[in-house]
Design a protein around this ligand. Structure first.
Ligand SMILES: [Zn+2]
Length: 596
């Protein structure tokens, strides 16, 4: 074990986010300070060791032969392991498979970054991402190879094991990232030369926003016995089928539980939200939808209403941010004549109009404190009082709210009533942003294509492969709503002949479609894909062959093309310039130059 080195740390090292591990804000703030993040090299030194050799059917990571497998196949293997062996034994097998990978990658870490333990340690999280398992966000890492002290806490985003588990079993009652946990345990144990055990304290498959793992030396854990059983093959027999099953799968979606039209998705993130919706729909509980703008919160709310016993009653949607602050109370709770200037007649508010049904309060975080107080009263007393009135009216309305802000943080800064927050937050359902559920993009595209080709009477039924590829890579800052808008615009822009939608029809408004992917270079190494090169128009190859075979000087060629354009434009230089992608002065200059 080499000493913790260079940067002056005599007794181990520590990397921690602001405020340490206990005060992680619920929003996705980068938790490792920029100066520390800057020290960790990008994955260039790792990706350079990954080589694809399709000619002899091998993939190499340094000196290890690797294998690309389908997550769908992993899901199937998982299902069969669980049904043949029981959950504990299946978990043990997968845990040890991950453990072995972690140990192998720890060997690589020392070779790649031999001079600094801190930087070497991050090889594990970075390889785990490069290998496609999970994106790892370090929260706090402390290590002292001398004393053996270790504490590691990480957030996992887009765990492939969550996807595999959800595909096989649906939402789980307990964390499911067994193989990845084995990897973290194996990696850190090999790296530290001491048994370091990780536990998954939150898991997306169990309804959390993301997975979170904590690693410590075995003696520092309470009751590590069961965890160790998963790691020891000698104890394998003890885990066979008749032992109690600690993981309760709630089951994948059965028939009749499929999302109704309007809600579209097969991704684990979508299905997790949908299953929560199914569970709560039949009750009268207040539901709070959380998620970025455009993720489809109203669609979820409408679906909830449709699945509830109130489905025959009204569904009243109110966007609290769209109503002027001085009118919101009258709008929600109604107004009596003469309550204020302009209140010329008494009228019921949205709550009264939602009688027997559901009211959906979108962007609830924008309500002012006075309206919040009144809303709290409605939730507590089940009655409303119109503005300027004294009579109370009983209302039987289910309240469903949505927000794209962190209401808990709003309560801390006094902008949102804490008592109201607790009333609303009875059953929060987080709807993931589209970039976390990319598997759903092709389904959503087909869904919107049908919708808009019918609405606009356009014969468009397909999208080219390259356009679909780009859609799947695109970041979608505006989420599902942005995708819907892109498809609608493309349906209108697409040619009348019924040809498929192509890139130019979709990204016509300057969307930044740089895709964060790597491609394979000619020598089998990964290269930064960056912006994919523009595709030459069909038939370009033949034109170029023709030109080269005639050995035409480039200048003559330019003159010929310019002359042809001017001729086709009937001498109109502005139009000829458009054909050639030039400005009129540029064309005029070259045109004159061409004639000597
Ligand atoms: Zn997990």
């Amino acid at each position: 074990m080499s000493r913790a080195s260079s940067s002056g740390s005599e007794r181990g090292w520590r990397i921690t986010g602001p405020g340490g591990a206990q005060s992680i804000p619920p929003t996705s703030v980068p938790l490792v300070p920029p100066e520390v993040a800057a020290q960790v090299p990008d994955i260039g030194d790792l990706s350079a060791r990954l080589r694809f050799c399709p000619k002899d059917g091998r993939i190499w990571l340094d000196d290890q032969r690797m294998l690309l497998i389908h997550v769908a196949a992993l899901a199937n293997l998982r299902r069969e392991l669980v049904s043949a062996l029981g959950t504990p034994a299946a978990r043990a097998l997968l845990t040890r498979m991950g453990y072995e990978s972690g140990v192998k990658d720890a060997e690589l870490a020392r070779r790649v970054r031999p001079n600094d333990d801190r930087l070497a340690f991050f090889v594990g999280p970075q390889l785990h991402a490069l290998e496609g398992a999970v994106h790892v966000e370090p929260v706090r890492v402390e290590a002292d190879p001398e004393t053996g002290h270790f504490y590691g806490e990480f957030i996992w985003h887009s765990s492939c094991e969550v996807d595999a588990h959800m595909a096989a079993f649906g939402l789980s009652a307990e964390p499911v990232c067994w193989m990845q946990l084995g990897y973290a345990t194996g990696y850190t144990t090999a790296f530290m030369h001491r048994p370091i055990l990780y536990r998954e304290v939150e898991c997306r498959a169990a309804g959390s926003r993301r997975c979170r793992i904590v690693g410590k030396p075995v003696p520092e854990w309470d009751d590590p016995g069961q965890d160790l059983l998963y790691l020891q093959s000698g104890e394998f027999a003890a885990l066979m089928k008749d032992t109690p099953v600690p993981v309760t799968a709630l089951g994948a979606l059965g028939e009749g539980e499929r999302p109704p039209p309007g809600l579209v998705g097969i991704s684990s993130g979508f299905l997790a939200a949908y299953q929560l919706l199914l569970k709560v729909a039949r009750t009268n509980a207040t539901v709070l939808f959380l998620g970025e703008t455009g993720v489809g919160k109203e669609m979820f709310a409408r679906t909830l209403h449709g699945l509830s016993s109130r489905a025959d009653g009204p569904f009243v949607a109110v966007n609290c941010a769209a109503i002027p602050e001085n009118l919101i109370e009258a709008e929600l709770f109604g107004v009596e004549r003469g309550a204020f200037t302009g209140a010329v007649a008494s009228r019921p508010g949205r709550f009264e109009r939602a009688q027997g049904g559901t009211i959906f309060l979108d962007e609830i975080g924008t309500l002012n404190l006075a309206a919040q107080g009144k809303l709290l009263r409605v939730l507590q007393e089940r009655e409303v009082e119109r503005v300027g009135g004294t009579e109370t009216r009983k209302v039987d309305v289910r309240v469903v709210a949505a927000t794209n802000v962190d209401l808990r943080a709003e309560t801390q800064r006094g902008a949102f009533r804490e008592d109201l927050f607790f009333r609303l937050n009875v059953f929060p359902v987080r709807i993931p942003p589209l970039r976390e559920r990319r598997e759903d993009i092709p389904l959503l595209v087909r869904h919107f294509l049908l919708k808009f080709s019918e609405r606009h009477g356009r014969p468009v039924t397909a999208v080219t492969d390259r356009a679909m590829d780009r859609l799947v890579d695109y970041a979608f800052p505006g989420n599902v709503r942005e995708l819907e808008n892109l498809v609608e615009r493309a349906v209108i822009l697409a040619p009348d002949c019924g040809a498929p939608i192509d890139l130019g029809h979709l990204f016509a408004n300057g969307e930044e479609v740089h895709a964060p992917f790597f491609g394979l270079g000619g020598d089998g190494t990964l290269i930064d894909g960056g912006k994919p090169p523009p595709e030459p128009p069909a038939g370009t190859g033949a034109v170029i062959d023709e030109i080269l075979s005639r050995e035409l000087p480039l200048e003559d060629l330019e003159t010929m093309v310019i002359d042809a354009a001017v001729e086709r434009a009937g001498g109109n230089l502005a139009e000829a310039a458009r054909m050639l992608g030039l400005t009129r002065p540029q064309l005029a200059y070259r045109y004159r130059k061409g004639r000597g």
